[in-house]
Design a protein around this ligand. Structure first.
Ligand SMILES: [Zn+2]
Length: 115
């Protein structure tokens, strides 16, 4: 249950980040999950739902997950390419590159609170 432990660590991070008063008003969490992060957004969603925050202060919280594309920056011409089908090539000069600038991350992008 890889995704369950991710959900747990997200909630732990938020509990450390925000004060009690804010946490009680939390209404939405926005995540960005890179396509190379080995995290399946659908499974993460399921894990979050399965946690049954019902009756807890998180029961109103909606989880939004945005899947982010894989991008590389060419070492040769500095062009940024969005990778399709795991072809790690600069679209401008065809230089192979593994210089990832996006796609491996899992980050909490935004948190919303009720007023
Ligand atoms: Zn290039």
């Amino acid at each position: 249950m890889h995704e369950t432990s991710i959900v747990n660590s997200i909630m732990k991070t938020l509990e450390m980040e925000f004060e009690e008063e804010k946490l009680n008003k939390m209404s939405a969490i926005y995540l960005k999950v890179g396509k190379l992060s080995n995290i399946e957004p659908r499974l993460l969603h399921n894990a979050f739902t399965a946690k049954h925050y019902c009756g807890t202060r998180f029961h109103k919280v909606k989880l939004h997950i945005e899947s982010t594309e894989i991008k590389i920056k060419c070492e040769k011409c500095h062009h940024i390419t969005q990778i399709e089908n795991y072809r790690f090539l600069c679209e401008k000069c065809q230089q192979p590159s593994k210089n990832l600038i996006q796609g491996e991350e899992m980050l909490i992008h935004k948190v919303e609170f009720d007023d």
